[in-house]
Design a protein around this ligand. Structure first.
Ligand SMILES: C[S@@+](CC[C@H](N)C(=O)[O-])C[C@H]1O[C@@H](n2cnc3c(N)ncnc32)[C@H](O)[C@@H]1O
Length: 258
């Protein structure tokens, strides 16, 4: 059985059915929120990878599958970035078309992006190189585990999950990234007053996210409902595709309290 080949930054995989999952489950014992896709890179991605991966992709010890971070893995973030600065984590940064402009706009903040799809990471590296920024590192491992394992509690200014894969089918809902249990992890990593910003173009997933988080003991829905569109977040190719298809974007912001 072969996996479908996806284009750079293509997130349609979440709408494909069974055969993709069966391929993945041969190599992943745990349920994850992403699908393994073709690692084929175009020439531009290969060039960006060759030029920038050693600087910006973290050399993480992996566990029993290549996308799992090893037990006991540790990163000294101040050493990695060569300074002490507020830190923001994005999970599922795709090709970096929102991450890189946002990092360029906030040179006083350090960004750690989790993305498992190598061609997308290579595209992000190209953007980082063109922007000439140094305040981003990329972790090519499952962000839900990586967040828990690689960061001390109460150390993150913000966590971002923008357009996480929606996993439409009921039998795939267990793959959704945003759950009450993941809310526990995010809340524990945020500093008091820290923010979790979320966005999705699928209304049922937006409602699911509110169901999961509105009653969380350590997170407060800052807007007591949908957040206004965050002006700092550029529209990505993925979001634009949803807008063109008539899907409104729902933003949410939760603050770590207590
Ligand atoms: C739908 S795309 C959205 C990309 C980007 N945030 C945007 O707005 O264009 C979701 C991305 O998240 C990545 N992803 C999903 N779950 C992940 C996880 N647990 N850890 C790391 N990356 C993940 C996928 O590989 C995919 O590239």
């Amino acid at each position: 059985m072969t996996s479908p080949v996806y284009e750079e930054g293509d997130c349609r995989h979440a709408r494909y059915s069974g055969s993709v999952d069966q391929t993945e489950e041969r190599v992943h014992r745990d349920v994850v929120s992403f699908v393994r896709r073709s690692k084929r890179m175009n020439d531009s991605q290969k060039g960006a990878w060759a030029r920038h991966a050693s600087t910006f992709v973290l050399p993480l010890p992996v566990g029993d599958v290549p996308t799992s971070v090893a037990d006991g893995a540790h990163v000294d973030w101040d050493t990695t970035f060569g300074r002490q600065a507020p830190r923001i984590v994005e999970i599922g940064s795709g090709v970096g078309d929102s991450l890189v402009p946002m990092a360029a706009a906030r040179p006083d903040v350090d960004f750690v992006a989790f993305e498992v799809f190598k061609p997308a990471v290579a595209s992000t590296l190209g953007r980082i190189g063109r922007a000439g920024i140094t305040n981003v590192r990329i972790a090519m491992v499952d962000g839900s585990r990586g967040l828990d394992r690689l960061f001390d509690d109460a150390t993150l200014a913000e966590v971002w999950t923008f357009f996480a894969d929606p996993w439409h089918k009921t039998r795939h809902h267990k793959r959704r990234l945003v759950t009450p249990a993941f809310g526990d992890v995010v809340a524990s990593k945020l500093v008091p007053g820290g923010l979790w910003r979320l966005a999705t173009d699928w209304e049922d997933y937006a409602l699911w996210q509110r169901d999961a988080l509105d009653s969380h003991g350590h997170l407060v829905n800052v807007h007591d409902g949908w957040a206004p569109r965050w002006e700092g977040r550029p529209i990505t190719k993925y979001e634009q595709r949803g807008l063109t298809a008539g899907r409104a974007t729902h933003d949410l912001t939760y603050e770590r309290v207590r």
